[in-house]
Design a protein around this ligand. Structure first.
Ligand SMILES: Cc1cc2nc3c(=O)[nH]c(=O)nc-3n(C[C@H](O)[C@H](O)[C@H](O)COP(=O)(O)OP(=O)(O)OC[C@H]3O[C@@H](n4cnc5c(N)ncnc54)[C@H](O)[C@@H]3O)c2cc1C
Length: 494
């Protein structure tokens, strides 16, 4: 039997596991991914794009251009298929990016490889045991890995979640959908159907090639894997013809099961992504939420592993991300209801169409779907507190820059905008980057609109605001201690 030691073991090298590995590697954590698949190829299709906040998060790490170069920036946001334009949102990424999950994973895997994270491919986590000092992770092939922490990013059927004994309460499926990539002899009816689903070109850039089909199925339960015959029947039921469907590249199925882990943390074991929450794909939020889970968890776990922060910092991961996941479950349930074909649900849908044509409802729902409105509960105060820091243009002594550029290394930043007359953070100087800058323009937040300019702002590595200085330094040292550990010895502030 072989046994190797790491600081963190991640189970699952899907989008969530890859993003988390990148975050940990930036913080110099010794991390390894265990991935069942032998390569990054995906069977079937899954996510079709990245939302605005995820693009911002990738921008914060300096890698968004890799994704933008491969996808198509467009207004992809929708609530139950009702389009929502976000081109008036105050963000550099006032759009979504149409890009299939296979490409997203390939790009993330390339980044993680550059950062030197080992991925044990073709290996499976089959269980683990815990003690006071760490976790012993059991892999297929009679191998064990020892780590301080284990993170289950192993999808909806998470072995880690089950072995940790974490409940997964929620709703059983009420509807099944068949999804496939196929050729068709006849020109199909393209576009979304009123009842949800529809047919579109696989190559969204050129609008040609094979077709991607998503359709509601008659039955909820199925004895085996979906077949071409099942797809034909679903097409005939929806369109009265199967359009001469043939040569599927793949056929798959998904449901509207909605479940969320009761706890995202059980001691030294944590959950992120689909391992923590499953829901139907309406609104395209699963991958996006998982990537943002990873960005919330990564820096906290890194600080606990290297002893900068106490273990309880990890409790804020559940406290902040569980409500976000719960909200995603709730809005996907509502979207499924809007797709029901009966007259009453369609009347509700027509009402929603009217509502979402108004500015205020559109902004609120769209900001929720794309994650731009997330506010972690850091107490009362300036509207920026707990929200994502806008990517302001800055002037510094070294020349012009912008906020997201300062976050590339995934380290906290204290932005001193001059009005407080010099900030002293000497005891945290090795952990927090102090940047003196000026910003001439307005401060504007999605949904909320313009907010008062601030004199200083403490930004966490995930881009959320941990402290706002309006007139004085009050509370800064407390915020630094809460989020980035006690003052370094010798500074008399501990
Ligand atoms: C039809 C469909 C459409 C979707 N559309 C969208 C969309 O438009 N936008 C969006 O944001 N999301 C969408 N999603 C959801 C998205 O695909 C998932 O939320 C996303 O893949 C979750 O990423 P993850 O890394 O958390 O989990 P996964 O992608 O499930 O990755 C888990 C990884 O863990 C590995 N693994 C599992 N068990 C083990 C084990 N025991 N040992 C080792 N490795 C293991 C797996 O091989 C896999 O690579 C869609 C999903 C479906 C089904």
């Amino acid at each position: 039997m072989t046994r190797t030691e790491h600081e963190v073991v991640i189970t699952g090298g899907g989008p969530t596991g890859l993003m988390l590995a990148g975050e940990l590697a930036l913080a110099k954590v010794d991390v390894v991914i265990v991935e069942r698949r032998i390569d990054q190829e995906l069977e079937g299709s899954r996510a079709g794009g990245l939302h605005s906040r995820t693009l911002e998060v990738l921008d914060q790490r300096g890698i968004v251009d890799r994704f933008l170069a491969k996808g198509r920036a467009m207004q992809i946001q929708g609530f139950g298929g009702i389009p929502l334009d976000i081109s008036d949102f105050p963000t550099r990424h006032d759009y979504g990016l149409a890009l299939w999950q296979s490409h997203i994973e390939r790009i993330l895997a390339g980044w993680v490889e550059e950062l030197g994270v080992p991925i044990l491919r073709g290996r499976e986590v089959v269980g683990f045991t815990r003690d006071d000092a760490g976790v012993t992770v059991e892999l297929s092939g009679d191998t064990r890995l020892r780590a301080q922490y284990l993170v289950g990013c192993d999808g909806g059927r998470s072995v880690v979640r089950k072995a940790a004994g974490i409940d997964f309460p929620g709703l059983d499926p009420s509807t099944s959908w068949i999804i496939a990539e196929v050729e068709m002899d006849q020109e199909p009816t393209l576009g979304m159907r009123r009842e949800g689903g529809g047919i579109g070109p696989t190559d969204r850039e050129e609008g040609r090639g094979s077709y991607r089909v998503v359709l509601t199925e008659h039955d909820l339960e199925h004895p085996g894997e979906p077949t071409l015959q099942d797809l034909r029947e679903a097409l005939v039921a929806a369109y009265g013809t199967d359009f001469g469907v043939r040569d599927p590249t793949w056929i798959s199925r998904f449901t509207d099961m909605s479940r969320q882990a009761a706890s995202y943390r059980h001691g030294r074991v944590l959950l992120a992504g689909d391992a923590a929450h499953v829901h139907p794909p309406q609104g395209g939020q699963g991958l996006n939420t998982g990537v943002q889970d990873a960005v919330n968890l990564g820096w906290k776990l890194a600080q606990v592993v290297d002893g900068t922060s106490p273990d309880r910092l990890l409790d804020t991961y559940h406290a902040e991300r569980h409500p976000v996941g719960a909200r995603v479950l709730r809005n996907t349930m509502a979207q499924v209801a809007l797709g029901r074909p009966d007259d009453r649900h369609q009347a509700l849908r027509d009402t929603m169409i009217e509502l979402l044509a108004m500015d205020e409802p559109r902004k609120r729902i769209a900001a929720m779907l794309c994650g731009l409105d997330i506010r972690y509960d850091l107490g009362e105060g300036h509207p920026l507190l707990g929200r994502r820091m806008p990517d302001l243009d800055l002037h510094t002594a070294d020349g012009p820059t912008r906020v997201f550029d300062l976050l590339h290394e995934a380290r906290p930043v204290l932005l001193d905008l001059g009005a407080l007359g010099g900030l002293d953070i000497a005891p945290w100087a090795s952990r927090v980057r102090l940047v003196a800058a000026k910003h001439d323009g307005a401060w504007e937040l999605p949904v909320i609109g313009e907010v008062a300019a601030v004199a200083a702002v403490l930004i966490r590595p995930d881009g959320h605001v941990a402290w706002v200085g309006e007139h004085m330094e009050s509370g800064l040292h407390d915020a630094l201690t809460s989020w980035f550990g006690p003052a370094a010895a010798g500074h008399g502030l501990a």
